[in-house]
Design a binder for this molecule. Structure first.
Ligand code: NAP
Length: 342
């Protein structure tokens, strides 16, 4: 007889074998397409300023995003990432439904802040289901037991989404290794039904870029059979010092004419990580999609060059609503676990 955790690991290894390519079963895409598009819009346009400026800014930002989604669909993107926080899911649904392309070809991820209250409406808008519903951020507690209790309280709702077929799969976002481990242990140890125990996170969406390279995160996701999806991957291009070094490395890949953005995306793909990228620029949309052509050029020496650029800094905090997560919380959890406080 297997323990709950052993069952999770057996199922996880099957899932891991399955996740690296884009597959269709019965007309539905079953794995996450390797390069996806993010639909977050400028937080300032959504949340600040005077009421009139807000509504104008918000409308402009949404109109731009609509066009952006339309172009991305035409160019062949099929994975779209949205969140309740972004307020873009309705335009994404409209653009997918108007595209003339079968819904089964799209993979839609929606992130919910804790309780997924709008899931029924969202599922209806996306012709009956969401492909992947993610818990947008981990519980903010730095106490391991409280973290687990809070996680289980939220996770039950995600299990319900899957059971009721509103979501084809469910997962987590912004969980660092200690938080992933605590979450899986909670699912396996807490007094849940067999069905609930077998509903464990399918993916973790996390900030991964040249500065935060997430080697431990890749390992823990392999261990639990989770697909790792990188967000904010091109952030390092805004850091002048790092961006010039990235440019140098991408120049080495010539004569293939690899751009810095393509280098970063290809490097992530070569590590088995999927990506969601934000771009409002038509040329960038095409360029990014072509990154797959460079995956085979990411040699061990290129990887080693990129590894040198890693800066294990605390991640950017998103201090909007209650979502204020960063790596230091994980460190505090880790310290309490090492002191036997779990
Ligand atoms: N789970 C979470 O908590 C979380 C947090 C943040 C983001 N996300 C997801 O990740 C998505 C992407 O995040 P993001 O947009 O903040 O970061 P990003 O994808 O790392 O960066 C977007 C920036 O990169 C530029 N860019 C794109 N392609 C380029 C290219 N080929 N060459 C040069 N520059 C290029 C874009 O400019 P142009 O517009 O000019 O192309 C834009 O300024 C979001 O939309 C969201 O869906 C999730």
């Amino acid at each position: 007889m297997f323990t709950n955790m052993e069952m999770i690991h057996i199922l996880a290894s099957f899932r891991y074998l399955n996740m690296l390519s884009d597959e269709y079963i019965d007309g539905y895409i079953t794995t996450i397409p390797r390069i996806g598009i993010g639909t977050s819009i400028d937080f300032e346009a959504l949340h600040t300023g005077s009421a009139i400026a807000d509504s104008q800014n918000r409308q402009n930002a949404l109109d731009k995003m609509r066009l952006n989604i339309r172009h991305a669909i035409k160019k062949g993107y099929r994975h779209f990432d949205t969140a309740v926080l972004y307020q873009t899911s309705h335009i994404l649904a409209e653009e997918i439904n108007m595209s003339g392309i079968d819904r089964g070809n799209f993979f839609v991820t929606i992130k919910y802040q804790n309780t997924p209250v709008s899931y029924e409406v969202d599922a209806k808008e996306f012709k009956g289901y969401i492909d992947l519903a993610l818990l947008h951020s981990p519980p903010l507690s730095d106490d391991p037991r409280t973290f687990q209790k809070e996680f289980i309280r939220e996770w039950g709702k995600y299990d319900g989404l899957k059971k009721n077929k509103f979501a084809r799969d469910v997962g987590i976002s912004n969980f660092y290794p200690t938080q992933v481990r605590l979450a899986f242990e909670a699912i396996s140890e807490y007094n849940l039904s067999h069905e609930e125990k077998m509903c464990f996170p399918f993916a973790n969406q996390l900030e991964i870029n040249v500065m935060y390279q997430a080697y431990d995160d890749v390992e823990i996701c392999k261990e639990y059979g989770m697909t790792l999806i990188a967000h904010t991957s091109l952030k390092s291009l805004c850091e002048e010092k790092i961006s010039s070094k990235i440019k140098k490395i991408s120049n080495q890949l010539k004569p293939n004419k690899c751009s810095p953005a393509q280098l970063i995306i290809a490097w992530l793909l070569s590590r088995g990580i999927k990506v969601v990228i934000g771009s409002k620029n038509n040329e960038h949309l095409s360029e990014n999609l072509k990154s797959t052509e460079f995956v085979s050029s990411i040699s061990a020496s290129v990887k080693a060059e990129i590894q040198k650029l890693s800066v294990e800094r605390p991640l950017a905090q998103i201090s909007i609503t209650s979502m204020d997560y960063d790596k230091s919380l994980e460190k505090k959890l880790q310290q309490k676990i090492s002191h036997g406080n779990v």
